[in-house]
Write a protein that binds this ligand. Structure first.
Ligand SMILES: Cc1ncc(COP(=O)(O)O)c(C=O)c1O
Length: 377
C-alpha cells in the first residue's frame, strides 16, 4: 500500500486532471435529505436556471462576500471560473503575471488565450508585488495578474492585507485585471483573516471561488465575484459556452447552505478542526523522523505543507524515486514551477495532509524518512 502525502503525484496520476480532494466531514444525511426534497417536484428541478445562477444561492453568497448579488455569477467550479476570467480579460497573445510557484491548473486555463507569462515569486506574505512593480516600471506590460490569496496551493502562505492593497493600487495604476483565486479561504484554523473587501471594492478584480474545498469537488459548483462592468460580458460568454451551471447541483447546494441550521458553517468548522490536527501531526512527525532535514512552517489553514529541503546536496528527483519505492508519494515542487526547468521550486516538496488520518500521516513520514540519505531517525 502506498501512503499518500499528496492528492496528485506526477507519474502516478494523469498529468492533467484532479484526483483525491475527498472531504474530511461531508454532511451526508443533509445531502440525502436535500436531494430527496428536490425530486418531489421533478419539473421544477429540471428547469433551465437563470444564466447567472439561482437567485437565493447567489444572495447567500453575496451576503458572505459583502457585495450586491448582481455581481455573483455561478460557475461549474473554480477551474471553470478561472477559464471564464481568462477568456474575459486576457487578449490573445498578451502577458499574464502569475504566482511562482503556481497552481498548474491556472496555466492550463491560460492556454486558451496566451502562452506568455511573467513569473512573480511567492514570498512568506504572498505574491511579490514589489517584484511586479519593478518589472512594470522597467517596461513590462500585462493584461492580468493571477494569485491564490489564501493558503496558497502549493506554497501554503496567504497574501498580507498590505500587499492586497498594494496589488490593487498597482492594477489601477497600470490598468490590468487581478484574478484572485480563493478556494481555501474558509479553511483558516489559525492566524488572522487578511480580508477580501479590498478586492471587492475594486473594479479591476475578478474573485474566483468554489464549494470544492468545503462541500466537495464533485458538485462542480463555484462562483465569481465580478466588477459590475464584467457581469454582462461573462453572462454573455456563458450563453455561448454552457448556458448555465446545472440546475440540479445548484438546487441541492442552495438547500444545503440555506438549511437554516448553519449546516455549512458546521461542516466548515468540523473540517478546520480535522485539518488543523492533521497539519500538526504531519509537522510533528517530520520533526521527529527527519529532524532538520526540511524547513517547514505550521500551516494556518488550507490543505498543504510546502516543505523545503534543508540540505542542498540532496537530489530531489532521486529522493522522489526512493520515496515512491518506500511506498509514499508527495508532489515534487518542480511540478509547480511557473517556468519548468528554471529551478524556482525544485527544492520543495508539497505535502497534502487533508486525506490521511493521523496514523496514516505518521506512517507516511516514517516511510519518507527511509528515503533520505542515512534513512532518517
Ligand atoms: C488554487 C486552486 N484553484 C482552483 C482549483 C480548482 O477547483 P475546482 O475543483 O473548484 O475547479 C484548485 C483545486 O485544487 C486549486 O487548488
Amino acid at each position: 500500500m502506498t501512503a499518500h502525502l499528496t492528492a496528485l503525484a506526477r507519474g502516478l496520476a494523469p498529468p492533467r486532471g484532479f484526483v483525491g480532494s475527498s472531504l474530511a466531514a461531508p454532511p451526508v444525511e443533509a445531502i440525502a435529505r436535500a436531494s430527496a426534497e428536490l425530486w418531489q417536484d421533478p419539473h421544477a428541478a429540471l428547469r433551465y436556471s437563470p444564466a447567472p445562477g439561482f437567485p437565493v444561492l447567489r444572495e447567500w453568497i453575496a451576503r458572505r462576500e459583502g457585495v450586491d448579488p448582481g455581481r455573483i455569477v455561478m460557475t461549474n467550479g473554480g477551474m471553470h471560473g478561472l477559464t471564464l476570467a481568462v477568456l474575459t480579460v486576457v487578449e490573445r497573445g498578451t502577458t499574464v503575471a502569475v504566482d511562482d510557484p503556481v497552481f498548474p491548473g491556472f496555466l492550463w486555463a491560460l492556454e486558451v488565450a496566451t502562452p506568455h507569462i511573467l513569473p512573480v515569486p511567492v514570498l512568506a506574505d504572498g505574491f511579490d508585488v514589489e517584484h511586479l512593480a519593478a518589472k512594470l516600471a522597467a517596461g513590462a506590460r500585462i493584461a492580468a495578474a493571477y494569485t491564490v490569496a489564501d493558503f496558497h496551493n502549493p506554497a501554503q502562505v496567504s497574501l498580507s492585507a498590505a500587499k492586497r492593497r498594494a496589488l490593487i493600487d498597482l492594477a489601477e495604476l497600470h490598468g490590468f485585471h487581478v484574478i484572485v483565486d480563493d478556494p481555501y479561504r474558509e479553511l483558516r484554523f489559525a492566524g488572522r483573516d487578511q480580508g477580501v473587501a479590498v478586492f471587492h471594492d475594486s473594479d479591476r478584480v475578478i474573485h474566483v471561488n468554489s464549494f470544492t474545498k468545503t462541500l466537495g469537488p464533485g458538485w462542480r459548483v463555484g462562483w465569481l465575484v465580478l466588477p459590475e462592468h464584467l457581469v454582462d460580458p461573462v453572462v454573455g460568454l456563458r450563453g455561448r459556452l454552457d448556458v448555465h451551471t446545472s440546475s440540479v447541483t445548484q438546487a441541492i447546494v442552495e438547500r444545503l447552505v440555506t438549511a437554516g441550521d448553519e449546516l455549512f458553517d458546521q461542516t466548515v468548522r468540523a473540517a478546520r478542526t480535522i485539518y488543523r490536527q492533521r497539519a500538526e501531526v504531519l509537522v510533528d512527525a517530520l520533526h521527529q523522523h527527519l529532524p532538520g532535514a526540511l524547513d517547514v512552517q505550521l500551516p494556518e489553514g488550507g490543505l498543504f505543507l510546502w516543505a523545503r529541503l534543508a540540505d542542498d546536496g540532496i537530489d530531489p528527483a532521486e529522493l522522489f524515486r526512493r520515496a515512491v519505492a518506500a511506498g509514499v508519494v508527495y508532489q515534487p515542487g518542480e511540478y509547480f514551477a511557473a517556468e519548468p526547468g528554471r529551478g524556482s521550486a525544485d527544492r520543495h516538496l508539497r505535502f497534502s495532509y487533508s486525506e490521511g488520518t493521523p496514523g496514516e500521516l505518521r506512517e507516511a513520514v516514517r516511510r519518507l524518512a527511509t528515503a533520505f540519505p542515512g534513512g532518517g531517525s
